[in-house]
Design a protein around this ligand. Structure first.
Ligand SMILES: C[C@H](N)C(=O)N[C@@H](Cc1c[nH]cn1)C(=O)O
Ligand SMILES: [Zn+2]
Ligand SMILES: [Zn+2]
Length: 475
């Protein structure tokens, strides 16, 4: 099966320095979607991808999406590309994102976040290395290795790379629905490489994601920041109100304290109960990824369930609060608390938003404060669970076995890729998540990395998947 793969794999190995250099160039562009000042860099990153794809012979379009909601900022373009247009071949649509989470050396990074630093043990450190520049470049590298090896590319490839995923995929849903019967019309299946293995050794294929509802709680009072010696004890302090509200959202065992959330969660079925035992996952690897043993549960099953099939609420930060070193004696005039809820079947976005707003307003009113409160969702993305009984998944399973020598686990993912469900609905096709990186990569964290082994074998995996997909009987 897939007889040309050995030649392809050999070429990937030969070109590995070039592929690492491509990742180095991409990491050097600080394409942080959440920071307005970085928007030109996000646009530059989209252009970098478009140029690389053009050089590889793909037809490329930069699709503008208009303004970012509630701002005057232009959204970064979506890179739409096509490689191959042979009616006798299957067409696979791949999606990824070229924006990254914020990062500063002072957050605690050992090296400059926007410089790809390769350690002796093969860790390639840099923001976006695993999330999601490495996997996105994986598709480009797969094209190049085929060209250099003189091996026919097995499918037509449609590509959709966005620059706002880490900020809620603003504007993308409309484009995907509009192009479901347009640019994406030929797609036979969809593949997304933007999540991680459960551990460090066993590859997996992923068929579910949690959704995410991200909220702001604004509390304001004084007209300007105040001297706490002069005004402390005189003015009602927005920060005091906010921390009390935030403390009322979740307890230390991760229990969400907002009524109307747990009630929406689908009950655990007897079939599902047995599912977790067969998954390769150890608490030891989790401790390694976590960098500590401070887990809520001490066992595998409850930990996996908490990550995959129950909602969680995380407190992320407070805009406007003093957070530097030293001792600034200020009373912040306005503070914005940020938190998010990871959502699961059968939670509904609107119902969840209503429950959150009702609860926060109720807690605030009980404080008897004269300050002003605003609570609103910033962005929301839906959860997704699909059937892995599809040729798209069996092709990926065969490719995994060929590259990694083991059968993959079938997993769900605690993170969110809001557009996944949109692709499924807009194209009516099966969507597969095919991760490249491992659980210790530290996506969104300091010292994010992608292991050289996962990058290079991951490029082989993406190419092999396309070969098996081309051969797989339709079901
Ligand atoms: C799983 C994916 N690589 C990812 O990191 N997704 C983000 C999406 C998001 C939503 N709001 C902000 N970012 C995530 O799960 O946090
Ligand atoms: Zn991310
Ligand atoms: Zn991502």
């Amino acid at each position: 099966m897939a007889p040309q793969l050995d030649g392809y794999f050999q070429k990937v190995d030969e070109l590995s320095d070039k592929f690492i250099d491509r990742l180095r160039q991409a990491v050097a562009i600080p394409s942080v979607s959440a920071e307005a000042a970085r928007r030109p860099d996000v646009v530059r990153m989209g252009q970098f991808l478009a140029d690389e794809l053009t050089k590889l012979g793909a037809s490329v379009e930069l699709r503008q999406l208009g303004k970012q909601e509630g701002t005057d900022l232009d959204l970064p373009p979506v890179v739409l590309a096509r490689y191959g247009n042979d009616k006798s071949k299957r067409t696979i649509l791949v999606y990824g994102h070229y924006d990254v989470q914020p990062a500063q050396k002072s957050d605690g990074w050992d090296t400059e976040p926007f410089e790809l630093v390769i350690k002796e043990d093969g860790r390639m450190c840099g923001r976006g290395s695993t999330d999601d520049k490495g996997p996105v470049l994986g598709w480009l590298n797969a094209i190049e290795a085929h060209q250099v090896a003189g091996i026919d590319f097995p499918v037509n490839l449609l590509m959709c790379f966005e620059g706002m995923e880490e900020y809620g995929s603003d504007g993308l849903d409309d484009l995907v629905y509009a192009e479901g019967k347009g640019f994406f019309a030929d797609a036979d299946a969809v593949c997304i490489s933007d999540n991680y293995w459960l551990g460090t050794e066993k590859p997996c294929l992923t068929y579910g994601l949690r959704g995410v509802n991200y909220y702001n709680i604004e509390v304001s009072g004084p007209g300007a920041d105040l001297h706490s010696g002069v005004f402390g004890g005189t003015a009602q302090e927005p920060m005091t109100d906010l921390v009390r509200i935030m403390a009322s959202l979740v307890d230390s065992e991760g229990r969400i304290l907002i009524p109307g959330i747990a009630e929406q969660v689908a009950p655990v079925t007897p079939d599902e109960e047995g599912l977790y035992d067969g998954i390769s996952f150890s608490m030891e690897t989790l401790y390694e990824s976590l960098g500590s043993k401070t887990t809520i549960f001490d066992d595998k099953k409850r930990t996996l369930m908490a990550r995959w099939r129950f909602p969680s609420l995380s407190l992320h930060g407070i805009e406007g609060a003093f957070s530097g070193s030293g001792a600034k004696t200020v009373i912040p005039a306005k503070v914005i608390g940020k938190f998010s809820i990871r959502t699961v079947p059968n939670m509904e976005i609107e119902k969840t938003n209503e429950a959150v707003v009702r609860y926060v307003e109720e807690v605030f009113s009980k404080l008897g404060s004269k300050n002003t409160l605003k609570v609103y969702p910033q962005h929301c993305g839906r959860w997704w669970v699909a059937s892995p009984n599809h040729w798209n998944f069996s092709a990926a399973a065969k490719a995994t076995e060929r590259v990694w020598g083991v059968k993959p686990d079938f997993t769900r993912e605690g993170g969110s890729i809001p557009v996944t469900l949109t692709f499924e609905q807009a194209t009516g096709k099966n969507v597969l998540l095919l991760p490249m990186g491992s659980s210790t990569d530290g996506a969104h964290s300091i010292n994010e990395k992608l292991d050289k082994r996962n990058y290079i074998e991951g490029i082989k995996l993406l190419g092999a998947y396309l070969h098996y997909v081309a051969e797989e009987p339709m079901n």
